[in-house]
Design a protein. Structure first.
Length: 428
């Protein structure tokens, strides 16, 4: 049994954000480069099928932990890991194994007849969706635990960048058909997850090993239901356009939209890199009654992420067409998709990390209600936009939904906590 470590002081927020920014930039950069190479190696049709499989699997990964990951993160964020925190980690691992497999098989079965998936035999589609979902879920949880322990720099070693780099290397060296493409990606997901857990075991063994409490499983499940609801509606609201288009578009059209949407996500690097490592700290500051400290942390995140986002939007609007052509000549048709989605992400950054604040400050149900409302209203609008005017209109609606959701959440944060998430307007 490992010895408990000496008490240690928490790292400065600036240091955490700096390492997180480096990790996000490197990983998202490698992911986009890998996506370009994959399009060049296998073509737009195969890219569209793989992209839809990864979208469905990401949804499986986001809900297979039954929403209990947030409590687990929060419980290991202190100087020492308590037996209760260790118990929560093991409960989440059990949920990923059992619920992840079940949800993955059901999701694969439900989407096996979608337009984009018809080129893959149904039994292979179902199996690979479950495999990829399990690998992603296990990988994401290890990544979150490393961040909660403030091992931010090392948390990004085994995540998106490594997974996609290994995947592309194998695809390049082997001549694979579409089913084999999905199996190879599943293997890359599982392998990267194993590396992430090995890092956690080596660096923070007390998160996994040591005495555990007798916390009932059902108590952990009940406390995670609000976060689970958020995870589901998050996926429907944030990935609703990509999920819906899988049932409506051809492989090539889907690939164009997916590539543009993935490039647009580069805009969100600032928010993701700065908010993720400080979410647990903001929650603990607020719950402990340190409102001014929580506000200072939030303001720091919003100011710095807004500056990075404005810069990235400017770069993408100027170079977006050229960047998309790297995927192939047909991908330049996604420029306005890139522009609309980037604009939505920009406005979201100016309003702050709203969803994260609501969840970590104990208002996950309010977050779920806002996200759910926008998902219910948004999906029919996205469907109508696609039918009437194509993918550009779909992206415009998706961008508008992002802005509305962030605005409603920012208002809820101020009303419930008196905290301001948005970028302050300088007074004269």
């Amino acid at each position: 049994m490992p010895k408990e470590p000496q008490l240690r002081t928490q790292a400065k927020p600036t240091l955490l954000m700096r390492w997180s920014l480096v990790g996000v930039v490197v990983n998202r950069g490698l992911s986009v480069i890998s996506l370009v190479l994959l399009a060049r190696i296998v073509g737009a049709e195969s890219l569209g099928i793989w992209a839809f499989a990864t979208t469905i699997s990401a949804l499986v990964a986001s809900i297979s932990n039954i929403g209990m990951h947030l409590d687990a993160q929060r419980s290991v964020n202190g100087r020492l890991v308590s037996p209760d925190g260790r118990r929560r980690v093991w409960i989440v691992l059990m949920a990923i194994g059992v619920a992840g497999t079940s949800i993955g098989l059901l999701a694969g079965l439900a989407t096996s007849r979608f337009e984009v998936a018809t080129a893959v035999p149904p039994h292979i589609w179902v199996a690979t969706i479950a495999l990829i979902g399990l690998g992603l879920s296990a990988n994401n949880f290890a990544h979150r635990l490393l961040i909660a322990r403030e091992r931010v720099a090392l948390a990004f070693i085994a995540t998106d960048g490594l997974r996609h780099t290994a995947f592309i290397l194998i695809v390049y060296l082997m001549s694979v058909n579409i089913p084999q493409l999905l199996w190879v990606y599943g293997a890359a997901c599982v392998g990267t997850a194993m590396v992430a857990w090995l890092l956690l075991l080596m660096l923070e063994p007390t998160v996994i090993l040591g005495p555990k409490s007798k916390l009932p499983v059902m108590e952990a499940v009940r406390s995670g239901t609000s976060v689970l609801s958020v995870s589901i509606v998050f996926s429907l609201r944030r990935q609703g356009d990509v999920l819906l288009l899988g049932a409506m578009l051809t492989d090539v059209q889907y690939a164009i939209y997916f590539a543009a949407a993935r490039v647009a996500q580069m805009v969100a690097m600032g928010m993701a890199s700065l908010a993720d490592p400080l979410g647990p700290r903001i929650g603990s500051q607020y719950i402990d009654g340190n409102i001014s400290d929580a506000q200072d942390t939030i303001s720091t995140v919003t100011k710095r992420s807004a500056a990075l986002t404005v810069t990235m939007v400017g770069v993408l609007l100027l170079t977006g067409s050229w960047v998309l052509q790297l995927f192939g000549p047909e991908f330049s048709a996604g420029y306005w998709v890139l522009a609309f989605l980037s604009t939505g992400l920009l406005m979201q950054a100016l309003l702050g990390p709203t969803g994260m604040i609501l969840q970590f400050c104990g208002h996950a149900w309010r977050c779920a209600s806002i996200e759910g409302l926008l998902a219910v209203l948004g999906l029919p609008l996205l469907w109508a936009a696609t039918i009437v005017a194509g993918i550009n209109a779909t992206a415009a609606v998706a961008g508008g939904i992002m802005i509305l959701c962030a605005a409603f959440e920012a208002r809820a944060i101020f009303k419930l906590t008196s905290l301001r998430s948005w970028l302050p307007i300088p007074s004269r």
